[in-house]
Structures are given as C-alpha cells and as structure tokens.
Design a protein around this ligand. Sequence first.
Ligand code: ZN
Length: 163
Amino acid sequence: MVSTTMETLSIRTENKFRTLITKQTYKKGEVICVMPSENIMDKPNRFTVQIAKDKHTHVGKLAALNHSCDPNVILDTENMLMIARRDIEKGEELSFFYPSTEWEMQAPFICLCGATNCIHVVAGARFLPLSTLETQYLSKHIREQMIDLLNNTKQHLKKIQGK
Ligand SMILES: [Zn+2]
C-alpha cells in the first residue's frame, strides 16, 4: 500500500536550511509516498510544485525537498506520486530535479550540487537546452510546454522569413 502519511520522511533543519531525509531504504522504482496537494494556485512561489500548465500546489512536507542535478527521486505529477529514481539508503537526503516539474521558477538560484552534469543555473525547464532536458525525467506538462515553445519558434521563424 502506498503511504500517504509520509511517516518515513523527516525534515532536518540546519542553519535554517531544510532537508528531507528518509528513515528507510527504497528500491529503484518504488513509490515513496503520495504527493500532497494543498492550495492550488496559478502562479509559482518558492514552496510550490508545478503540476500542470497553470497549476502550482503546496506539497506539505515535500516542500523540504532540495534540488539536485543527479537526484534520487522523481515527482510523478500525473499520478501525484514520489518515486525512487534509484536505490536509496536509510538516512539519505531526498532530492529531485526542479526543472522536471518547473517551467519558469519564481526564485532561480545557482546549483552547487557538484554533479558532473550540473546545470548551475536552476531557473526552470524553459531556460535549459533540449540536450540537457533529454537526460532527465520530465513531467508531462513540461514536455508539452517544450513542444509549444518549439512550435512557436518555428512559426516565428516562418514569419520573419516571409513564408
Ligand atoms: Zn547541480
């Protein structure tokens, strides 16, 4: 059964910096919990997760999830589940790739995760090259917004070329 209580997760706070820690191990592909959805809004803020084109939700405890360019969980926003991206040890910090759900973030920041594939500027999927996005799990709404952007660019090019 999928846990909705998130009892296996705890928030650690150090110097006002919050991290989400798992109290148990998970196998790759395992569902960790249901994503809570509270307060759906049409604009993002630093605590929300984007779940559709103009839908951003508060996610309770999961707001403590930090970004990583080599994350250990994914947020499946279609089924509202948090899933292990690889095997996870007890006591590990959980993280996901913010641009996998966020098209344009309200509060961009510089990533210092140290991964070889680090994107450095975390501002949302629309600011990343396709070659980078291809290597990550992406939410359906992000894939759709990427296709919209490509189509608009094509139409714009046709216009300026007078076709
Ligand atoms: Zn990084």
